[in-house]
Design a protein around this ligand. Sequence first.
Ligand SMILES: [Cu+2]
Length: 354
Amino acid sequence: MKTRHHPLLACALAGAIAATLAGHAGAAGPAAGAPLETIQAVLTAPPHVPAPITRKTPAKVVVDLEMVEKDMPLADGVTYNFWTFGGTVPGSFIRVREGDTVEFKLKNHHSSHMSHNIDLHAVTGQGGGAEATFTLPGKETQFTFKALNPGLYVYHCAMAPVAMHVANGMYGLILVEPEEGLEPVDQEFYVMQGDFYTEGAHGEPGLQPFSLEKGIAEHPDYVVFNGSVGALTGDNALTAKAGEKIRMFVGNGGPNLVSSFHVIGEIFDKVYVEGGTKYQENVQTTLIPAGGSAVVEFKADVPGNFVLVDHSIFRAFHKGALGILKVDGEKNPAIYTGQQHDIEYPEGTPQGSK
Ligand SMILES: [Cu+2]
């Protein structure tokens, strides 16, 4: 994502390559005017990410995404009727390449009570696809767009009342890889924050209805990563080995809160700020707007439990915005010793006294 070819240059190059290939029968890649190769998009549930794209030419990528309304855990003993893209919150991760033509098929499960649609921030066109995908329960709609701009983009439902559909979990991420691809890393993860508003207070058990009043007041009972308290802790913790290079595709579905995304005990070597092309280096906490994203990269140098938080810290320890990256491996005391002593020391005048 570091560099972008000038569009005219890229166009000229593509033309030159196509012309060259046309003159070499049997060469790999499409000849000028040939139809694009059709590929079925692999969609993944969080925290998983589809494999990096290795092809060097654009394709027609078919995305089949189904919207499902279902009860799932929001916290221990608390359930919520989530509205989802692909049956999970956040929705399925979609990965395409800059220049791809994306044929988007959106289904709304027969059991749904609501009509839904999709606005993908990766789309150039009215509503990001929303009007083209007004989908009644039991129906499938389709539209096609060209992925013009590389980046990490949020998608969400844009059916009125939009805020309610988003609050119920209708968001996810679509990555448009740059033509030149992303630098290889050892592990990629999909993490997305969201705020939830329930009629009962935080922790009140049972099936909790959505509270429009709290949503309007922007007073969430839950702020979570990947759709529920504990989605990334305990047995669900992310895992890595010391020495591995980690990339996290981080989104914020909102609907209301801005995230101060931080990993306790790590420094981001690179942050592709707001999911765009440029990166900042050596970042402690990155701001992720509602309806926005960031790509963070770091090397897991030493073993330990590294805690993902929204550093608006009451949200982490009282509302659920907390996850764990468990890194196994050999200790490296040259980088981090752990506790070296815990001893009594002589009493005296308190520091800072005159
Ligand atoms: Cu919806």
